[in-house]
Design a protein around this ligand. Structure first.
Ligand code: HEM
Length: 469
């Protein structure tokens, strides 16, 4: 199917466009009793689910409103829904044949490097008990301009759902305040590099990585697909705590040539402003960081010699999770495009307090409610976490001064090695094969894999209980 025929009225708004949000509440639910009660409620919920064309209109309205410059926010909300495998089985008799969706993230936690206890026959990840104990059938998440707007919308939805569901877990995310808005909790501008889509937004896209086919993000893009999977997407949710005072202290204690900010930038691949170190390797450049025409236009191809990591270490988070031109050399270009994911997370938790900063210790939970979409979890999230971020030998292009191969080590930011220290290579440009041990600053405490069906699948198949194999 050509992407020019994308049906934006049918695709949930968060996948290709993104629900605009200053705050977002995730209501994880368990379906109670006879699922037909839930299906009946779903008939009235479906018209409240924001599709891609409505989400785009919201974004356009925000842009126009910003021009007025009065500093106010437009009141708006956007609701989305997704099902775990357990939930999908209850409401719809169809087999997605999609690992690890079927197994669920609890069972996948060991594969993706989470810490936990292993009895040999059973692995129990060290997650918040809520995520281990809860039976999560689905999640309804509402994003919007304020807690008031979001709470109001969620109340309306809960009223419709009535006793057909029980709350399993409830988590709220908020963007950070003031100038930190758009920055994740370590302080780095986020949400810069997401894939553009051929036939949808590639025409006016700022320069950067090649556009991907919609089928990288959307399921059911061929004619053989079951109607449940047409225009849907798999959603990986991760409850990721960030040890911010500890991270800050680590940077302070391990500066590169006296520069702690440089170490942070070489761990992420970008400066806090968003400026890529491949373009500005020695100092931040906030003008570049905020310029969408320049801040994603790099390919890790500027090193003086092949395999060098003077400008950007191979272990930097952005280089590990999207190796750009490195990979084209290493494999087919479309092999890289298959691995692109659409990230739509939001921060949670308070700002670092004076006390936490003073003692370099987290006393409050904060981090990222990580969400990403892909048509295949084994090519997207699971693969990136397991086979790139956690794999010390990916990508084996780096060489030392004698042209001997160097393993890059783990992704400096998200690489997981249970709760063991993480070996990372190349953070100091003067010592390309120098390895340091970086404590774990991101602690996974839960998550699940979901499927976000299209509007028509929700309305015409799931809500009606149509049996489709
Ligand atoms: C708390 C955890 C995380 C933090 C603090 C974090 C932070 C960041 C930052 C600051 C950027 C650069 C901004 C941008 O290019 O948009 C980024 C990019 C990215 N992150 Fe993460 N991230 C986290 C978790 C993850 C996870 C779990 C994955 C996937 C397994 C991931 C995949 C990516 C990808 C694919 C990019 C874009 C790379 C590129 O295209 O250049 N991140 N992240």
């Amino acid at each position: 199917m050509s992407t020019a025929s994308l049906d934006l009225n049918n695709i949930q708004g968060d996948i290709l466009v993104g629900i605009p949000k200053k705050t977002q509440t995730y209501f994880f639910f368990e379906i109670q009793g006879d699922p037909s009660l839930f299906r009946k409620a779903l008939v009235d919920i479906v018209p409240l689910i924001k599709n891609a064309s409505q989400a785009q209109k919201d974004r356009d309205a925000i842009k126009e409103h910003k021009h007025k410059g009065d500093g106010t926010l437009l009141h708006m909300t956007g609701t989305q829904i997704a099902f775990s495998h357990a939930g999908l089985e209850k409401v719809c008799n169809t087999d997605p044949s999609a690992d690890p969706f079927i197994e669920g993230q609890f069972k996948d936690a060991k594969n993706i490097g989470d810490a936990g206890t292993d009895s040999g026959t059973k692995f129990v990840p060290a997650w918040d008990p809520a995520f281990g104990d809860a039976n999560i059938d689905g999640v309804i998440f509402v994003g919007g301009d304020s807690h008031q707007s979001v709470n109001h919308e969620l109340q309306k939805i809960k009223l419709i759902l009535g006793p057909s569901v029980k709350e399993a877990i409830h988590i709220r995310g908020d963007t950070r305040p003031g100038k930190e808005s758009g920055h994740e909790h370590f302080g780095f501008l986020d949400g810069i590099s997401n894939p553009t889509i051929t036939g949808f937004n590639d025409k006016n896209a700022p320069p950067g990585p090649k556009a991907v086919n919609a089928s990288v993000l959307l399921t059911g893009q061929d004619s053989k697909s079951s109607p449940v999977f047409v225009d849907g997407s798999f959603l990986a949710f991760r409850y990721l705590f960030q040890l911010v005072p500890e991270f800050n202290q680590f940077l302070k204690e391990n500066p590169i040539k006296g520069d702690s900010e440089l170490l942070g930038a070489r761990m992420v691949g970008r400066w806090k402003s968003g400026a890529p170190i491949d373009l500005t390797p020695t100092h931040d450049n906030p003008e570049l960081g905020k310029d969408p025409k320049r801040n994603n236009n790099f390919f890790y191809s500027g090193e003086l010699k092949k395999g060098d990591q003077t400008r950007c270490p191979y272990s930097a988070h952005t280089r590990k999770t999207n190796p750009r031109a490195d990979f084209t050399e290493h494999d087919r270009e479309d092999a890289l495009n298959e691995r692109r994911i659409m990230r739509r997370g939001i921060q949670f938790g308070p700002e670092v307090t004076e006390e936490e900063a003073k003692h370099h210790r987290s006393l409050h939970g904060r981090g990222l409610l990580f969400v990403c979409y892909q048509s295949d979890l084994t090519k997207g999230f699971q693969f990136i976490q397991q086979s790139w971020a956690n794999a010390p030998d990916f990508l084996d292009l780096a060489v030392d001064s004698n042209l001997k191969k160097i393993e890059p080590g783990l992704d400096s930011i998200i690489g997981q090695n249970a709760d063991q220290a993480r070996g990372v290579v190349g953070t100091d440009p003067a010592k390309p094969d120098g390895s340091i041990s970086i404590p774990r600053f991101i602690v996974p405490r839960g998550g699940e894999y979901f499927f976000s069906p299209s509007i028509s699948a929700l309305r015409d198949v799931i809500a009606l209980g149509v049996n489709i194999g």
